[in-house]
Design a protein around this ligand. Structure first.
Ligand code: ATP
Length: 394
């Protein structure tokens, strides 16, 4: 088992004009599945290619298990990589495709056969070994590509958007299969995707990339519940988080549509951390609740109701901003209804307009207490461990 470490890795293209990877530090722990996620062009693939040895960084060092590999060619790195387009050799059978890398390494026929059949067994493709790639479905081809990758017994497993060519149902199946495979192999794995849902469902940890940098690296839960920047809050979560541009007056946040009086502990963090008076509140759709008119932060008309099975997405226009809330499908609410909107405290994120989070999110341990319109200081803790802000108003 090895870990991998990137220290200050930088990679540019076009004589330095394109900064693909901007001095990143990244540690992939032994046996973990780390997902690199971010929008198109943020540098995910280049980072992975540097780890694989397909690109050599301009500066910085890469080590596997403490040994420097920064300039080693891919073949000397004990890595296996799986790409989006499977990259199977069309003129070889499944068996030959899987055996190819081992043959190149000079393995003997007996051990090749043993390894191929072991991997075929794990990937459940034992009955496809005599077929050619064009006789396989997309899902089968990807399974062969994964099988081919694991026969090499890699120290590090690298996957670059391996599920992008599969339909939604098969993707979901393959996500689970890759997780199971990764756990069984117990090998450090980096999985690249632009799909935040895929990242959330697969990663032990997620590294969110933006413009060549890593914005945040943490567990899926932490990334979702405690995004450390506007970018991460916006990128992770579906439907998207709601943002409200407001003003902090020392005790409350004040907006065009509603105000929230803050617990003193939160106000103090804002007084200490906010560079000016402008503040952006981020509230996830599942943390906006509907109430009887007159009892929430504001009364508002429901513009659209979108049934999603167990839940419904409600859309509202708050000022010139479209806001959405996710409620249980059992809520009796239809288009055109007027409802109250309230916030499930403490699930309110405070960001500086420049991007960083200002107040550390505080976990609610005793169930969340809805409403924020007149909180008291009771129960607010700023150490990130627990809070209950106020009793529900009668
Ligand atoms: P995607 O999800 O679209 O694959 P990505 O996050 O993997 O994107 P990269 O492929 O790593 O992003 O690209 C990062 C930046 O580097 C982009 O601006 C891209 O255009 C640029 N880039 C990548 N490879 C090269 C190259 N060989 N020559 C020039 N520019 C490159």
């Amino acid at each position: 088992m090895v870990d991998a470490n990137l220290a200050n890795v930088r990679k540019t293209f076009n004589d330095g004009q394109v900064i693909a990877v901007d001095d990143i530090d990244l540690h992939i722990e032994e046996g973990e599945l780390l997902v690199l996620v971010g929008p198109s062009g943020c540098g995910k693939s280049t980072t992975l290619r540097c780890i694989a040895g397909l690109e050599v960084p301009d500066s910085g060092t890469i080590t596997f298990g403490g040994h420097e590999v920064t300039e080693l060619p891919p073949k000397d790195r004990a890595i296996s990589m799986v790409f989006q387009n499977y990259a199977l050799y069309p003129s070889m059978t499944v068996y030959e495709n899987m055996a190819f890398g081992l043959k190149m390494r000079g393995a003997d026929r007996g051990s090749i056969d043993e390894q191929v059949r072991w991997a075929a067994d794990i990937m459940e493709i034992g009955d496809l070994l005599d077929r050619y790639p064009n006789q396989l479905s997309g899902g089968q081809q990807q399974r062969v590509a994964l099988g081919r990758a694991i026969v090499r017994d890699p120290a590090l497993f690298l996957l670059d958007e391996p599920l992008s060519n599969l339909d939604a149902k098969l993707r979901a199946v393959m996500r689970t299969e890759i997780q199971e495979l990764q756990q069984e192999l117990d090998v450090a794995t980096v999985f690249v995707t632009h799909d935040q849902e895929e990242a959330m469902s697969m990663g032990d940890r997620i590294a969110v990339m933006n413009a060549g940098r890593i914005e945040q690296i943490a567990s899926p839960e932490e990334i979702y519940h405690d995004p450390n920047s506007l970018f991460v809050a916006d990128f992770i979560g579906s439907p998207s988080i709601n943002f409200f541009e407001m003003r902090f007056d020392g005790n409350s946040v004040v907006g065009d549509e509603f105000d929230i009086q803050l617990p003193e502990a939160v106000a103090e963090e804002l007084r200490n951390g906010l560079p000016g008076e402008d503040v952006i509140l981020g509230i996830r759709p599942s943390n906006l609740n509907i109430t009887e008119p007159g009892t929430g932060l504001i009364d508002i008309e429901v513009e659209v109701v979108e049934p999603m099975g167990d839940t419904k997405i409600l859309y509202f226009d708050v000022g010139d901003r479209r806001v959405n809330a996710v409620v249980q499908s059992t809520e009796q609410v239809t288009d055109g209804d007027t409802v109250g909107l309230e916030v499930e405290w403490p699930n309110v994120h405070f960001f500086s307009p420049a991007g960083p989070k200002v107040v550390k999110w505080m976990h609610a341990t005793e169930g969340t207490v809805p409403g924020t319109s007149s909180p008291t200081d009771d129960g607010v803790r700023t150490d990130g461990s627990a809070t209950s802000v106020r009793e529900e108003e009668g």
